[in-house]
Design a binder for this molecule. Structure first.
Ligand code: 3HC
Ligand code: NAI
Length: 698
């Protein structure tokens, strides 16, 4: 027997215990262990087999690290068939999560018991594949087609009570999985309960699969695995079980060979690797219980909301009692949303707003705070004053953080006598919803302050990414470049509407002009004014048509008009008829003859600009690894998860071809399209961005 499955005999029952930490993934050793365990139980004359998991969980699924490697027999479908076909009575006892292949193993056993906290699901589509060990054939037979389609196409996890109602589990019992499993198995043996192979159950009733397929495809914004999974479930209704399994396998292998599968698996592992920094190994974060927030506008109120929801106490400092009350109103509004969604109850709501939150206008109120986050106006002078005051009142060791979007954190830190305690914590709007947090490390920031930034991110349920100091850090710096690429295409002949459509078809949640309307066109206007005041490089192309929109008072959704007209509400945008004439006038003024762009060229230029700037950001050490850029774009900028991030996309697309395009465009505009040295180096060495991720992990 392998060590991955323990074997124990209790009377007539052979007990197979999964012991493959941390999540009992069904890797090769576990599969072999299950095959051997079943065979041994049969050879030794046991009457029943109980399968359960040691540690935190039953099997959490196939071992994702094996994907893309040559398959090693026995495969999981074979293991499931072997379990189901055993003449012994086979029972699963589940705790933790029974996900993917884990639930497929459970569905191959004849009876299933679970603890109340157990969760089950088939999340394969979230990894770009579909359940490939009988899940698409067995689940519809057990729970019906409708429930199976829901679970398989969304990948959502359900609680034991819902699983019981759907017939996925037979009983819920509190206790240790081994003990409740043994008692249940004994009971079944005493009752002479029959084996109950799901494959022998009747085929489920069909539904209108074409309609479901099309609607799932549309919802997936270009992601194919959920729609493909619909066809596998369809096979369960149309084909005998063995034929259905064959169809499932074909579709599974098709998906296994897609770039989308690679993108999603990259996202899965990068999401977990992003907060693991070698520099933080063994570094303890500082104490984090009471925090201060300065400025209770859009961001300050959002940050305070997130902090309150995570159980921290918050002192919010504003310029006047009226402004503080207004900030409290915004926080209450945010918390009301959480109340409506059932994340908190009325009693929590009262505690959070009346006990955990304190309003202040005097800096003395911040003297006991463990960490203070400043979210005042984006003006260096204002920020400098705030940090001078914080330095005067905060206790020694308090972390002093700025939420600035672009400003120099070193310059802000220099206002204090404790630059080692100063850090950037760049949240995204709305801060209590968006998952991304850039932890901006300045020249003198102490390691335990960085660790505290990451600890705060974890506590707030954020994906935290380490960034260095530069204009815009990782995300906004890259955004500014790909936005510029879009602006250039507009000058040269594309329309904002064609660009948005092409990029939404590529998978972005929203195109760049719809995003600008949502964020407020005044933000970009302010940045352009600042950059012009600092002095634009004479080689940079500039345009003024967007300023004219702002001068006319059109700031996007909040004023009802921007690139689009929102007269019928924020979700029903139509092009604003004033925009194209402004663009045409600008082209005429600059002497540009507009040309046609294909959607393909739009995507290529936009993505190449994004990749080139990302490579500069990594090359300069602003992001430590390519995956840090990928996670920033995924969690803060609506980048399609199934493409993995811009640098994963670049690897899959081929770096030499991208560099060729960049070089050819550099002939027209050498300033904008200057190739990133890191991209040139990787191409010259025949390596990829993922090679850099692997080197960093080694
Ligand atoms: N294979 C390999 N490693 C896995 C894994 C898996 N299925 N699931 C989790 N891990 C690893 C993680 O990468 C992490 O490793 P690290 O410590 O080196 O970073 C470690 O296990 C712990 O994982 P988490 O940090 O995510 O732990 P949590 O307790 O927060 O979450 C979980 C546990 C809910 C099980 C979560 O890890 C999860 O959702 N895992 C993926 C589950 C899944 O997608 N299963 C389906 C797989 S596909 C399949 O089964 C195909 C089949 O149909 C043929
Ligand atoms: P906002 O204008 O909505 O809020 C700023 C708040 O700060 C106002 O309520 C104001 O009364 C208060 N304030 C100003 N000076 C103060 C002082 N000296 N002391 C106490 N309070 C003071 O601005 P917003 O959008 O919340 O931005 C705040 C910061 O967050 C800026 O640095 C901005 O760049 C950054 N940011 C903004 C994002 C956004 O999408 N709005 C996203 C990420 C960061």
């Amino acid at each position: 027997m392998t060590d991955a499955i323990g074997y124990e005999r209790i009377g007539d029952i052979a007990v197979l215990k999964a012991q493959n930490p941390p999540v009992n993934a069904l890797g090769y050793d576990v599969r072999v262990g299950l095959m051997e365990g079943i065979a041994r139980a049969e050879d030794e004359g046991a009457k029943a087999v109980l399968i359960y998991g040691e540690g935190n969980t039953y099997f959490a699924g196939a071992d994702i690290r094996e994907f893309g490697q040559p398959p090693k027999s026995p495969g999981l479908p074979e293991v499931c068939d072997r379990i189901e076909a055993s003449p012994l009575l086979v029972v699963s006892s589940m705790h933790g999560t029974a996900l993917g292949g884990g639930l497929e193993v459970a569905l191959s056993t004849h009876y299933r018991i679970a603890v109340p906290t157990a969760r089950v699901g088939l999340p394969e589509v979230l990894l770009g594949i579909l359940p490939g060990a009988g899940g698409t054939q067995r689940l519809p037979r057990v729970a019906g087609v409708e429930a199976a389609l829901d679970l398989i196409t969304t990948g959502r996890h359900i609680r034991a009570d819902e699983a019981l109602k759907l017939g996925i589990i037979d009983r819920i019992e509190d206790g240790a999985p081994r003990e409740i499993g043994l008692a249940y198995t004994k009971e079944l043996l005493d009752q002479n309960a029959p084996r109950r192979p799901v494959s022998e159950m009747e085929a489920p009733e069909p539904v209108d699969f074409d309609a479901v397929h099309d609607s799932v495809l549309k919802k997936g914004r270009g992601q194919i695995s959920p729609a493909t999974a619909v066809r596998a479930v369809q096979a369960a209704t149309e084909l005998p079980f063995a034929e259905g399994m064959k169809r499932e396998r074909e579709l599974f292998m098709e998906l296994m060979n897609t770039d989308q599968r690679q993108g999603l698996i990259h996202a899965f592992f990068s999401e977990r690797a992003v907060s693991k920094l070698p520099e933080l190994k063994g570094v303890e974060p500082r104490r984090l219980a009471a925090i201060g927030v300065i400025g209770g506008g859009t961001m300050g109120a959002g940050i305070a909301t997130a902090a309150l929801l995570s159980g921290l106490t918050v002192t919010l400092l504003e310029m006047s009692p009226e402004a503080a009350e207004a900030a409290k109103g915004r926080i209450k509004g945010n918390l009301q949303g959480a109340l409506k969604r059932g994340k908190i109850d009325q009693a929590n709501f009262e505690t959070l707003t009346e006990k955990s939150l304190t309003l202040a206008t005097d800096y003395d109120a911040l003297k006991d705070a463990d960490l203070v986050i400043e979210a005042v106006f984006e003006e260096m002078d204002v920020k400098k004053k705030v940090f001078t005051q914080l330095d005067a009142v905060c206790k020694p060791g308090a972390v002093l953080a700025t939420n600035t979007s672009y400003l120099d954190v070193n310059e802000i830190a220099a206002m204090t006598k404790r630059p080692q305690d100063v850090i950037g914590l760049h949240f995204f709007s709305p801060a209590h919803v968006m998952k991304l947090l850039e932890v901006v490390v300045a020249d003198e920031t102490a390691p335990d302050v960085v660790a505290t930034g990451f600890a705060l991110g974890k506590r707030l349920g954020k994906i935290s990414v380490r960034a260095g100091v530069c204009d815009g850090f990782i995300g906004n710096r890259i955004l500014s470049t790909y936005r510029t690429a879009a602006d250039h295409m507009i000058l040269d002949g594309a329309s904002p509407y064609q660009i948005d459509k092409a990029l939404e078809d590529f998978g972005f949640a929203m195109g760049p002009f719809a995003v600008a309307d949502l964020a407020g066109l005044d933000i970009g206007w302010a940045v352009r004014k600042r950059k012009r005041a600092e002095g634009l490089d004479p080689r940079a192309r500039d345009s003024a048509y967007a300023d004219k929109l702002c001068e006319d008072g059109h700031f996007g959704q909040k004023t009802g008009k921007g690139y689009y007209d929102y007269a019928a509400g924020p979700r029903s945008r139509v092009p604003n008829p004033d925009v194209m004439p402004l663009i045409e006038a600008e082209r005429a003024e600059q002497g540009i003859t507009p040309r046609e762009f294909t959607d393909e060229e739009i995507v290529r230029r936009y993505m190449a600009a994004m990749v080139n700037e990302s490579a500069k950001v990594v090359g300069e050490g602003i992001a430590r690894r390519p995956l840090d850029v990928d996670m920033t774009l995924l969690f803060g900028y609506g980048f399609p998860r199934y493409r993995g991030g811009p640098l994963k996309w670049a690897d899959l697309e081929g770096l030499p071809g991208l560099l060729d395009d960049i070089r050819s465009w550099a002939k027209e505009d050498p300033y904008f399209w200057e190739p990133a040295p890191l991209l040139e180096k990787l191409v010259a060495e025949g390596r990829t961005f993922d090679d850099l991720n692997k080197e960093a992990a080694a």
